[in-house]
Design a protein around this ligand. Structure first.
Ligand code: PLP
Length: 406
């Protein structure tokens, strides 16, 4: 549509135009009710059907097994930093009431600023002890200060020190700020070390998939206790959080509190969400509706596999263009750890980052300024960015490089 830019922002991010046009109709008149989606009761049968459809899309697209429930809430990934701690410490209390707080260990894999934030929240809430399984900065080849890699887990070089019976094990699949991601190819040394986890059927493994959800399949999905994501990167507007939770992690938090666990705010308890079909309180009706339309479109296009292939191609082209810039653009993270969703790099020379951004802006390519804590450039290639739009950016990069070289 005329006047729309290509939005390479890290989130909220672009949505498919045809979905937005369809959603505009639903905003005025949802499913022929004469009432818009932002106005209709969340208890109406029409909205109920819309919520069920979203759940069913997620279940089929990701192949979520019946052992896991799909819950919807608000508060984003940030609220889940707290909710995972509260719910899984309650579960641990019910399983092991005899343990003292300092004996309840929460394992955190730190690979970037979001996992660091998650661990900080676990420390702040207390009720257990945070064990840093690994901190990837120790493996930075640059300065021991950068989140620029995924730590090794090979036979002679295993960086991950998991605890034997933790209350939870946290990792962040894609670090949106730092641009590092666990490799999707399970044979890669930068994949998540599933084989290094303690051997137990019901591991409390928690994956923050906020910025990669629905961009490709999730390895070992069935082995997770909790996977969560905000909608605002790949599937819809902000205000909707999706939680895939194994049923043994939906526990009676009040019974755990009677045994000494911290009380859990009622809207943060997974049991409240599950018992009320995610309708304990008013959900984000518009975001649920739009996410449903986005996933319906995804199904029509060929499902997750289609996006996985397109996303693989997009990131490969962009990293190649950086590689071929002969030092004008410099990638910030190690090759095997480069994110498919958030590609981060610097531009060589004084003020060159600003020149790069201003030039792109003139061509209608927007929101590529790196996160305020990281600087440089960050290009986000979420699902709604097409391969053609990625090609447009690459053309611009080639022209920019020609000019910089003079
Ligand atoms: N985790 C990751 C990986 C994120 O990228 C973000 C936000 O961008 C969050 C957590 C926090 O999400 P929210 O802003 O929805 O609370």
């Amino acid at each position: 549509m005329e006047g729309r830019s290509i939005n390479f922002g890290a989130g909220p991010s672009a949505l498919p135009e045809d979905v937005l046009q369809e959603a505009a109709k639903g905003l005025l008149n949802f499913e022929g009710t004469g009432i818009g989606i932002a106005e209709i009761s969340h208890r109406s049968k029409e909205f109920g059907a819309c919520l069920s459809k979203l759940e069913s899309h997620i279940r089929t697209l990701l192949d979520v097994p019946q052992t896991h429930s799909i819950l919807f809430t608000q508060g984003g990934g940030s609220a889940q930093f707290s909710a995972i701690v509260l719910n899984l410490l309650a579960r641990h209390r019910l399983l092991h009431p005899e343990l003292k707080d300092e004996e309840r260990v929460m394992d955190y894999v730190i690979t970037g600023s979001w996992s660091q934030k998650a661990a900080a929240e676990a420390r702040r809430l207390g009720g257990g002890k945070v064990n840093v399984v690994v901190d990837s900065r120790e493996f930075s080849t640059k300065d021991k200060k950068s989140f620029d890699n995924i730590p090794p887990h090979g036979d002679n070089n295993n960086a991950y020190k998991f605890s034997p019976d933790p209350a939870l094990i946290f990792y962040c699949e894609n670090e949106t700020v730092d641009g590092v991601q666990f490799a999707h190819d399970q044979a890669s040394p930068a994949s998540f070390p599933f084989h290094r986890l303690p051997q137990s059927a019901l591991l409390p493994l928690v994956g923050d998939h906020s910025s990669s959800f629905m961009s490709r399949s999730i390895p070992h999905l069935a082995d997770h206790a909790v996977i969560y994501a905000g909608a605002q990167k790949n599937i819809g507007p902000a205000g909707l959080t999706i939680i895939i939770v194994r049923q043994d992690c939906i526990v009676d938090v009040d019974a755990a509190a009677k045994l000494g666990a911290s009380p859990v705010p009622i809207t943060m308890s997974y049991k409240t969400l599950a018992d009320h079909g995610s309708l304990y309180n008013t959900p984000s009706t518009l975001a649920i509706y739009v996410a449903g339309l986005v996933l319906q479109r995804m199904k029509n296009m060929g499902g997750l596999e289609y996006y996985e292939n397109v996303n693989r191609a997009k990131q490969a082209k962009l990293y190649n263009a950086i590689e071929e810039s002969e030092g004008i653009l410099r990638r910030k993270v190690r090759e095997d750890a480069g994110s498919w969703m958030n590609v981060v790099f610097d531009v060589a020379g004084d003020g060159a980052d600003t020149r790069f951004i201003a030039g792109a802006d003139k061509l209608g390519m927007k929101a590529m300024k790196g996160h305020r804590s990281a600087g440089g450039i960050r290009v986000s290639l979420y699902n709604a960015i097409s391969e053609k739009e990625t090609d447009q950016l690459i053309e611009y990069i080639k022209e920019f490089v020609r000019q910089e070289k003079g």
